[in-house]
Design a protein. Structure first.
Length: 348
């Protein structure tokens, strides 16, 4: 009677140690393509089926990373997930994605359910108003985790995101160079930490430019295109329009443009978006935007997770934005990508 094929049989057939065969199947360690192919070929030839459920019981962890974002439909979050998935799947992990609609209470429920699935780690864009206790519980439970694009003030936790103060300053300085005197910063929930940082950067850019700024209007709102439409209508109703508008996201900028175009003011107001999602360059006029490189942020988040788990990334992340802070946090330098919406190369 044929005995049950074991991992030891696979290792012998492939000419590697049992530990190597195990690590190839679980994604641990770094091995050459030839070694991986020999192990997988041995599995096929011997008819071996890896019992992942049994492995999960032994390790108390799956090969699944829980991912929690605020809005799955957001172009920025979509690109962030592309980078995160690329980094994690290359190391043998799957993603289980959930959305909170930016609701801390829903976030608590979702994360509890993900932890019940014995996720290997958690990557999360914290909902606005997330309590520091939420992160403390993750640390106490020794759940590897990373906060993406939103940090919690006063909380020490693994974090990956852009330098939003610098991003706001770059936008403001460019608009001041155009001679703008009145400004508006629009979109984004009022209590969002990234919004506060961007506004602070705008204020630094205006005050450091040596020009007298007559007005900086601050209009919080949704980070979506629909939110931008509402803000655009609000600006038209209040009048006169500011010389320049810095938008909390590219989606907000798209909505503001739609409202201004419908109101007969498509030209004459200089607009800068934020994040530089892939459709920004396809807008008309092409949108000047503060590029935060969300795909690169996703890949960096994957690397930070793998480091905590003790798994080396399959491949080094490609060249991307410059890192301005390393260690427990990875802060990346944004850049201003100048197109036409700010008035450059448009004949204004």
């Amino acid at each position: 009677m044929r005995h049950e094929i074991t991992l030891k049989d696979v290792a012998a057939h492939a000419g590697v140690s049992r530990t190597t065969a195990s690590n190839v199947m679980t994604g641990g360690g770094r091995f050459s393509t030839d070694t991986r192919e020999r192990v997988y070929r041995a599995m096929r030839e011997l008819g071996y089926v890896y019992n992942r459920s049994a492995a999960t019981l032994r390790t108390q962890r799956t090969r699944t990373v829980g991912v929690v974002v605020t809005h799955i439909a957001s172009p920025f979050h979509a690109e962030l997930l592309v980078g995160l998935e690329a980094g994690l799947t290359a190391a043998g992990f799957l993603l289980l994605v959930a959305t909170t609609a930016d609701d801390p209470a829903r976030q608590e429920v979702l994360v509890a359910e993900l932890r019940e699935q014995r996720i290997a780690a958690l990557a999360i864009v914290p909902a606005t108003g997330t309590s520091p206790v939420f992160v403390e519980r993750l640390a106490e439970a020794r759940v590897p985790h990373v906060l993406m694009t939103r940090y919690l003030p006063g909380v020490t936790a693994p974090y990956v995101g852009p330098d939003d103060v610098l991003g706001g300053r770059l936008a403001a300085e460019h608009l001041v160079a155009h001679g703008c005197r009145t400004f508006a910063y629009v979109g984004g929930p009022a209590t969002m930490v990234s919004r506060s940082d961007r506004r602070r950067g705008i204020e630094l850019g205006l005050s450091g430019a040596g020009r007298q700024v007559r007005e900086l209007r601050d209009i919080p709102g949704s980070s979506s295109g629909a939110g931008g439409v509402l803000i655009g209508k609000q600006l038209l109703a209040a009048g006169p329009l500011p010389d320049a508008i810095v938008c909390h996201s590219d989606s907000v900028a798209f909505g503001v443009y739609r409202a201004l175009r419908a109101g007969g003011h498509a030209r004459g107001v200089r607009i800068i978006g934020y994040d530089d999602v892939r459709t920004a360059a396809l807008w008309e006029p092409p949108l000047t935007s503060v590029a935060t490189h969300p795909v690169a942020l996703g890949r960096a988040s994957a690397q930070l997770i793998l480091e905590q788990i003790g798994v080396e990334p399959e491949d080094d992340a490609p060249d991307g934005p410059r890192v301005v802070a390393t260690g427990l946090s990875r802060i990346y330098q944004p850049e201003l990508l100048v197109r036409e919406s700010c008035g450059c190369a448009s004949g204004w």
